[in-house]
Write a protein that binds this ligand. Structure first.
Ligand SMILES: [Fe+2]
Ligand SMILES: [Fe+2]
Length: 274
């Protein structure tokens, strides 16, 4: 075990038993003290969403964070978090890539699209590659294929959304007839003995019988599992493709009244208390 791992507090120590010197930094991560850019000089508390806090030491601090708002100089974070770049009034897909997504996601998605383009694939497949992990990039990692498919559903061809949803299951299962083997990255991530849950096996079987199977399979084939940040690709290279294959709403993503507008608003204001 490396030195840096040894230096971390043991996970067997319950959070409330940690010395104050370790507890306080945990709280500090979620409380934004007023900085020069805070017009009203109030502290702003970010309460991490349940899906992020559950099962982690942070859940032990929910009560303490809620109590903070009782101070006269403290409110919960609502609206723009000054730590994030401001979004335009009518955000487009490109704004989410450039102003919200992490560096890894910002390059992983265009990299996969680039590989698909170099392989001479259909625009629908390239578009699906460009969006396949969009939920990990901006919203949630667990069930990312399903979240991602819903997020883009109103704006892309039904086949693209379907392919994004099904890549969730297909990536676990080799299809040697088209050259897809189980990714070494997953052996590293999940261990050599990982077996996905039963519903994923069922989803895979059903997807293989579907007429759009190959579109989704091609996402897994063109997925760049290396996450090599040196392999440069960015959104700009696919601006035209996105223009042809993504129906950008005039009101901006998040404000078009679509059934998924709230997902885009959550990425605009990810720290809103409610
Ligand atoms: Fe994925
Ligand atoms: Fe991916």
């Amino acid at each position: 075990m490396s030195e840096s791992v040894d230096a971390r507090p043991s996970s067997r120590v319950r959070p409330h038993e940690l010395p104050a010197s370790l507890r306080d930094p945990i709280l500090v991560n979620w409380i934004r003290e007023p900085l020069d850019d805070a017009v009203d000089r109030r502290r702003r508390v970010i309460v991490p969403p349940a899906a992020a806090a559950m099962g982690t030491p942070v859940s032990a601090y929910q009560g303490a964070l809620l109590a903070e708002a009782g101070h006269a100089d403290t409110v919960f974070m609502m609206g723009d978090n000054p730590a994030l770049p401001a979004m335009p009034e009518r955000p487009a897909l490109r704004d989410f890539f450039e102003l919200r997504f992490s560096n890894i996601a910002r390059s992983h998605l265009p990299q996969s699209a680039k590989v698909a383009r170099e392989n001479g694939l259909d625009e629908k497949v390239i578009m699906a590659c460009m969006l396949h992990d969009i939920a990990i990039a901006g919203l949630l990692s667990a069930n990312h294929g399903y979240w991602g498919a819903q997020m883009v559903g109103p704006y892309v061809d039904a086949e693209v959304a379907w392919a994004i949803e099904k890549h969730e299951a297909l990536r676990y299962f080799p299809d040697e007839s088209v050259g897809y083997t189980y990714p070494q990255a997953y052996v590293d991530y999940f261990g050599p003995d990982y077996d996905p849950p039963e519903y994923i096996h069922r989803e895979h079987q059903a997807a293989r019988r579907h007429r759009w199977y190959m579109t989704s399979r091609l996402i897994t084939i063109n997925d760049v599992y290396s996450f090599d940040s040196a392999a440069v690709a960015d959104f700009g290279e696919f601006e035209d493709l996105v223009g042809r294959n993504f129906r950008q709403p005039a009101e901006g993503l998040g404000f078009d009244g679509s059934p998924v507008a709230h997902m885009w608003r959550t990425m605009i204001w990810p720290n809103n208390f409610l």
